[in-house]
Design a protein around this ligand. Structure first.
Ligand SMILES: Nc1ncnc2c1ncn2[C@@H]1O[C@H](COP(=O)(O)OP(=O)(O)O)[C@@H](O)[C@H]1O
Ligand SMILES: [Mg+2]
Length: 250
């Protein structure tokens, strides 16, 4: 059975960092083939994983919407399937797909439905599907990625981002998206700990599964543009993510 894990939260809280380290640990444990989905147009999950990309699902949506790129005699669905196979970047132990930024506000219902159908089918080939979401949860609300088994909502130590995590949780309930396990993670914690945030965290109604300390090594890697998957196993954030995964039973 494929396990689908999504990561959400306000911009800049550490979603991509957590996602990359979760994938790093899954790969280290050789838990099976992973499909990583970068669903945040402002994200660079591929860089955090050290994977080069030059194509996205958004390109396919646009091509199907405009129609010019679809060869005559080829149905839009065959074209979508063919382009999707091109968009998926295969690396060792992991396949990667970038959702990208829709080029217009126009109606993408038809291509969206096609993409949803193929992604749904594609996902079955993997042990894990890991989705780095954008702050607005567009893909979740449009049901592009359905049937999430586990959602990690990330917050940093600011009250604003904890409230934003609460909003994500509310949205899921309003949209009646059923996710069996939803957890809160507080990232970039300092020596002062998170005791001062307890009341705010309690208000979210979320289950706090763990914290990730502020990790200067992770910052240095980002500064140098080095893939986060290359962080040493004893770095603070790697150890924290590993412990969260154990607790959540990933
Ligand atoms: N545990 C951490 N310790 C220190 N800095 C972090 C940590 N996690 C993320 N960051 C930094 O915070 C910034 C945003 O992280 P990122 O993972 O890209 O967030 P998001 O995907 O939520 O926008 C980056 O500069 C990153 O280096
Ligand atoms: Mg990101």
């Amino acid at each position: 059975m494929t396990k689908k894990i999504a990561v959400a939260g306000k911009g800049g809280v550490g979603k991509t960092t957590f996602t990359a380290l979760l994938i790093k640990e899954l790969m280290r444990q050789e838990k099976g083939i992973i499909l990583a989905v970068d669903a945040d147009p402002n994200s660079n999950l591929n860089e955090a994983l050290g994977i080069d990309i030059d194509d996205s699902i958004a390109n396919i949506l646009e091509e199907v919407r405009v129609g010019d790129a679809v060869p005559s005699g080829m149905g839009k669905d065959s074209f979508t399937e063919y382009r999707l196979s091109q968009v998926i970047k295969e690396a060792k132990g992991i396949d990667f797909v970038q959702m990208g930024l829709p080029q217009q506000n126009g109606c993408y219902c038809y291509p969206n439905n096609l993409i949803r159908m193929y992604l749904e089918r594609l996902q079955k080939n993997y042990e894990y599907v890991i989705i780095d979401n954008e702050a607005g949860m567009e893909h979740l609300s449009r049901r592009i990625v359905a049937d999430i088994d586990m959602l990690f909502i990330i917050s940093d130590t600011s009250v604003r981002s904890i409230r934003s995590a609460a909003k994500v949780f509310e949205l899921i309930q309003v949209l009646k998206i059923t996710i069996p396990e939803v957890y809160l993670i507080i990232s970039k914690t300092g020596e002062e700990g998170i005791d001062g945030l307890k009341a705010e965290i309690a208000k979210t109604g979320l289950d706090l599964i763990g914290t990730i300390p502020y990790d200067t090594q992770a910052v240095a890697f980002d500064f140098e543009g080095r893939p986060l998957v290359e962080l040493p196993d004893d770095s603070l954030s790697v150890i924290a993510v590993k412990s969260i995964m154990e607790k959540a039973g990933v």
